[in-house]
Design a protein around this ligand. Structure first.
Ligand code: PLP
Length: 359
């Protein structure tokens, strides 16, 4: 089966197979990782290795902490203001789609003043694009927030706003490790693991040390980045299995040549898919070329009455997960790190065949 689901989604085959092989008996210890105390020396070594691998492959500077948490992306939508928005302060939210809007609402409706910057416009062809000129920070803001890849909308930010001394906090839940980034440009990077890294239930925060120690008194301890940092992310029981699988995934990335190699592959995959979509009138991608996500490709069928047939036939040919998000409709093909080029070639062949049969 080729799985184009937006998440949870494919995990690289070698990672799945290694986890399967070790599932009942990890390293000859006679028990599986899921049965092992997270405080045992053996598990602590697994956890520390995963953290080090992530530090290596992302080249995370020494003045950033890496926290392995729970609560998902939405948990971090609350954790961000609870950790770094003073009660009398305000933050800038650059909204480019569904998930940055959710983060904005979580802050504005519960925790304090959030300034909304609508940053997506429609061009003369009716395509959505990011208007970076709208990403202006407000002097005195505690932080500026952006989502670098809008999973639902299929919009990716390839440029960053200039925020000066104001820390830029970004959600990279769906494009983490899919392209090289300079971590030192960010105050914090948050991501859920379930798209590019590991099973659901693990959330990672990479945070610059000077942003620690500012949490509100009533911030739940398990969301307080300083508490987590002080306890090496083991203040409470972590999702030990997902953390272990994340480590396997980071090792897989390192061995294949690192994030730069994945970026090369992701460009190739995305180009193949978008070039095909652009070559036909049967399908349409509503995002301006410069802002199209490399990992979540949204498109519509010109004749939407064919949607159900398109999905049913795809499923019968073992192509699943192509239905668009419920808030947007249409179709979406998610082609994260674990999707090989072959999976995109198969999809393009299906798209072509379906179009020809219905034209
Ligand atoms: N941010 C982005 C970019 C996402 O794609 C998602 C989920 O798809 C979320 C946040 C929400 O994550 P969670 O379901 O882990 O709360």
């Amino acid at each position: 089966v080729w799985n184009y689901s937006a998440g949870p989604s494919m995990i690289p085959v070698p990672v799945m197979e290694k986890a399967q092989k070790e599932f009942c008996d990890f390293n000859g210890l006679g028990m599986g990782i899921v049965e092992m105390s997270h405080r045992s020396a053996e598990y602590m070594a697994v956890a520390a290795e995963a953290e080090q691998l992530l530090r290596d492959i992302m080249e995370i500077p020494a003045n950033y902490k890496i926290l392995f948490e729970q609560g998902g992306g939405r948990g971090q939508f609350a954790a961000v203001p609870l950790n770094i928005l003073p009660e009398d302060g305000f933050a800038d939210y650059f909204v480019t789609g569904h998930w940055s809007r959710c983060a904005y609402k979580e802050c504005a409706e519960r925790y304090g003043k959030a300034i909304l910057h609508e940053c997506v416009e429609k061009d003369s062809d009716g395509n959505f694009y990011i208007d970076y000129s709208k990403m202006q920070v407000t002097p005195g803001a505690a932080y500026a927030y952006a989502c670098l890849n809008e999973t639902v909308n299929g919009i990716e930010m390839f440029n960053l706003p200039e925020t000066g001394d104001i820390p830029l906090i970004v959600d990279m839940s769906s494009n983490i490790l899919t392209r090289k980034i300079d971590v030192s440009k960010f105050g914090a990077i948050i991501f859920g693991a379930q798209k590019n890294v590991a099973p659901a239930g693990l959330t990672v925060t990479i945070v610059r040390e000077d942003l620690l120690g500012r949490a509100r008194k009533y911030c739940p301890s398990i969301f307080d980045w300083s508490v987590l940092a002080a306890h090496d992310s083991m203040y409470n029981t972590p999702n030990s299995f997902a953390w272990y699988m994340a480590g396997l995934d980071f090792k897989w990335i390192k061995d294949l040549g690192g994030v730069a190699e994945l970026e090369k592959r992701n460009c190739q995959k995305a180009n193949l898919l978008y070039n095909f979509l652009d070559s036909t009138d049967f399908y349409r991608c509503p995002i301006a070329k410069s802002d199209r996500s490399r990992v979540n490709c949204v498109f519509t069928l010109k004749d939407e009455s064919l949607n159900a047939e398109f999905l049913a036939q795809a499923k019968s040919e073992h192509l699943v997960g192509l239905k668009g998000h419920k808030v947007l409709g249409g179709m979406r093909a998610s082609i994260y790190n674990a999707m090989p080029l072959e999976g995109v070639e198969v999809l393009v062949r299906y798209l072509d065949k379906f179009a020809k049969a219905h034209s």
